[in-house]
Design a protein around this ligand. Structure first.
Ligand SMILES: [Zn+2]
Length: 380
């Protein structure tokens, strides 16, 4: 190749490459690929990647068996609200709803009347303690007497809310401990009346940790800063666990249902140990499904092993949210979005349990613990 032909050849190559660079779609893609580098990093709220995973999905609208929701809240419902509730319950196979917010005295009577009075086999109402006379001597015995009266008036259990052990204080400013002996008479009364105590102690342990970028409930604490439990104002998580476990141990004849997997959903071995040492302790899965759904193998094995100790519950009532529970308990679906992002930024997996286990979680364990529910409405 002489030098003139070489120059012409290379000039031709340069022209071809220039045209290609302008018109080629590959060149455009290359430019686009580099574009995000100029953008700012998205915030945690902005980053919403769409999963490209293609896998089997089972949208279960109705539970496989009729079930009992052991953990629901309906404060002073009206007759119209209760009618609507029953219609919605029928669509998802929710046979019996346990309203934990019955109150005490007149309020309890009214709630029983509007729910059980009109649908005797569809509702259960739990009583609550009133602390108005906490500082007057003889408080524990009076609460026990009020509870006995509430049970005569139709209550079938006692619910203790989360202020117990955290916010509830004597007038001298001293915190009421979860295992405070002043309440012994109440728990002994529950054993005598053969009613369970559904008790909410503490909060997710992350609420007691610093609100920083390592906290896995960062989003929830941003949305609800009041849920933080800083050490300046609250006892540590472990102190509450110690008091709670002491309470369970000192009333072996009283059946306790620790709400929300006892806040050990992120440590099922620890929950297993609690079960092993306290045969009177049970849990519900209300509002902590994402804890089980992020560890489907462990969740499955745990539910099989402790199938007599776990109860179905939902907490905040929303008829359209139960299907996540059905899907997690009844299928092996993978990597699906959870219904409440502030509880779990992660996706969850189904941990499908055998039918015999499912029946226990859905209703058999509740039938065993809560007196007065008609078992005939449920399969063998
Ligand atoms: Zn609740």
């Amino acid at each position: 190749m002489n030098s003139r032909r070489t120059i012409i050849f290379f000039s031709f190559i340069v022209v071809v490459l220039s045209v290609a660079a302008i018109t080629s779609p590959h060149a455009a893609v290359t430019q686009q690929d580099q574009a995000p580098k100029k953008q700012q990093t998205p915030t945690i709220d902005e980053y919403q990647p769409k999963s490209t995973l293609v896998t089997k999905e089972h949208k279960i609208e109705r539970a496989k068996f009729p079930f009992i929701d052991i953990h629901s809240h309906h404060w002073n419902p009206t007759a119209a609200e209760v009618d609507q509730l029953v219609k919605e319950m029928d669509t998802i196979n929710l046979r019996v709803m346990v309203n934990l917010s019955g109150g005490t005295g007149e309020q309890l009577k009214n709630t029983v009347a509007v729910m059980k009075g009109r649908y005797p086999d569809r509702f259960v109402v739990f009583a609550n303690m009133s602390y108005h006379d906490l500082n007057t001597p003889g408080f524990g015995k009076r609460v026990a007497a009020r509870l006995e009266e509430d049970v005569k008036n139709g209550a079938q259990g006692l619910k203790i809310f989360k202020n117990f052990g955290m916010d509830l204080k004597y007038t001298n400013g001293e915190r009421v401990h979860v295992d405070d002996p002043i309440f012994d008479a109440v728990f002994e009364k529950c054993a005598e009346l053969k009613i369970p105590v559904l008790i909410h102690v503490a909060e997710p342990s992350a609420f007691f940790d610093p609100w920083d970028y390592h906290n896995e409930r960062w989003e929830e604490l941003k949305e609800f800063p009041g849920r933080a439990r800083p050490p300046a104002k609250y006892p540590p998580f472990e102190t509450l666990m110690t008091e709670r476990n002491h309470l369970f141990a000192k009333h072996p004849k009283t059946n306790f249902i620790a709400a929300h997997l006892g806040f050990h959903g992120n440590d099922l071995e620890r929950l297993g140990k609690l079960f092993d040492t306290n045969p009177n302790v049970y849990v519900d899965i209300a509002a902590v499904l994402a804890e089980l759904g992020r560890q489907p193998y462990s969740a499955h094995d745990f539910l099989v092993k402790y199938q007599d100790r776990v109860l179905m519950g939902k907490d905040i009532y929303e008829v359209n949210e139960y299907k996540w529970y059905f899907r997690a308990l009844e299928t092996r679906d993978e990597y699906f979005e959870y219904y409440r992002k502030r509880h779990a930024f992660w996706r969850i997996y189904g941990f499908q349990v055998p039918d015999e286990v499912l029946k226990k979680v859905y209703y058999k364990n509740a039938l065993k613990l809560v007196p007065g529910i008609d078992a005939k409405a449920f399969p063998e």
